[in-house]
Design a protein around this ligand. Structure first.
Ligand SMILES: [Ca+2]
Ligand SMILES: [Ca+2]
Length: 329
């Protein structure tokens, strides 16, 4: 199979940014600062032992775990994937952990790595359950963790941020599954990715295939139905190309994602890589004026005037840990 390098690089950038260099400390390590005591004890108080495992606990004060997307950007330097978000959440009193999985690996492999880190977090906190917040492919890792690896009894909520639940056409095009025009070149991005690709081309193809519409709709989704013990929330980004559109209401697409936006032409609102339709899972909390990079504050904190990613994650953290908090969007 011959890969179009531009589409390939773009597709990886995608689901991406996940960089080992960006992750400080050991995987699953608690972020600096002391969060409040979790209320896991309360959750299990008065438990009807038999039902403890089957009842959803939903939006409850529990540790928050941040999951990253796929490959890339190792050479940009020490940035954190969710730019400055973990520190903000700690400052706001949350108990926060970040996980790290192989940037270029299939969902099942990444989910297995994630499981070990979730186990460690649960051991450390005695929380019983966690809230998962996942960007891009991280959301698919989380769904596999819950549905295929049986972690539904340990996850209270899963919020996915522009996760391609119904795949991304960009990946289908990159693999030649469907025809499409490939625009622009992202040579520098390919150079960046070379450093991140420690696997074979086959590894990359395997990972990319799992992000196609074909695989997500026909294989992954039927194999990973939602678990009734987990509350599912989702958020999508919407961007566009008109530089004169009202910047307080419309995001301008990052140049790195313009080719992706073009490839998605005609498929509806999207963030340059994932459509709103594909991003919806469970309760769609809303859309934000942000491209796929802005959604996690990249690069280096740059978002449009209409979207403050740090404020968004503070609001989202409040939402998942407090049943009385308003929706972040
Ligand atoms: Ca933007
Ligand atoms: Ca940006």
């Amino acid at each position: 199979m011959r890969l179009d390098r531009t589409a390939l690089a773009l597709s990886l950038a995608i689901f991406s940014l996940g960089c080992s260099a960006a992750m400080e400390g050991a995987p699953g390590e608690r972020e600096q600062g002391v969060g409040p005591a979790t209320e896991a004890d309360e959750v299990e108080e008065g438990d009807e032992a038999d039902e403890a495992d089957v009842e959803a606990v939903g939006r409850t004060p529990l540790p928050i775990v941040l999951l990253h997307g796929a490959a890339g950007f190792d050479r940009i330097g020490p940035l954190d994937y969710y730019f400055r978000v973990a520190d903000d959440l700690v400052d706001a009193g949350h108990d926060v952990f970040t996980t790290e999985v192989s940037p270029l690996q299939t969902i099942d492999v990444r989910a297995g790595q994630l499981a070990e880190q979730i186990d460690a977090i649960l051991d450390e906190t005695d929380a019983g359950r966690v809230h998962l917040i996942a960007h891009s492919q991280g959301g698919l890792d989380a769904r596999f963790l819950v549905s295929s690896l049986g972690y539904g009894d340990r996850v209270a909520t899963l919020t996915t941020i522009s996760t391609p639940h119904r795949g991304s056409r960009v990946a289908d095009i990159a693999l030649g599954i469907i025809p499409g025009p490939i625009e622009n070149t992202l040579g520098f991005l390919i150079d960046l990715l070379v450093g991140a690709v420690d696997g074979t081309e086959q590894d990359v193809v395997d990972q990319l295939y799992q992000l196609t519409e074909e695989y997500q709709v026909n294989t992954f989704d039927p194999a990973n139905p939602d678990d009734p013990r987990v509350e599912y929330y989702s958020v999508a980004g919407v961007t566009q190309l008109n530089p004169f559109a009202n910047p307080f209401e419309n995001d301008l697409c990052d140049p790195l994602l313009v080719a992706g936006f073009a490839l998605l032409h005609g498929t509806g609102a999207n963030d340059g890589l994932v459509t709103v339709e594909s991003a919806q899972r469970g309760v769609l909390l809303g859309t934000m004026p942000a491209d796929h990079l802005d959604e996690v504050g990249q690069l280096f904190g740059t978002t449009g005037l209409g979207f403050d990613h740090r404020e968004f994650y503070l609001d989202l953290a409040a939402f998942v840990t407090d049943p009385d908090a308003p929706s972040p969007l």
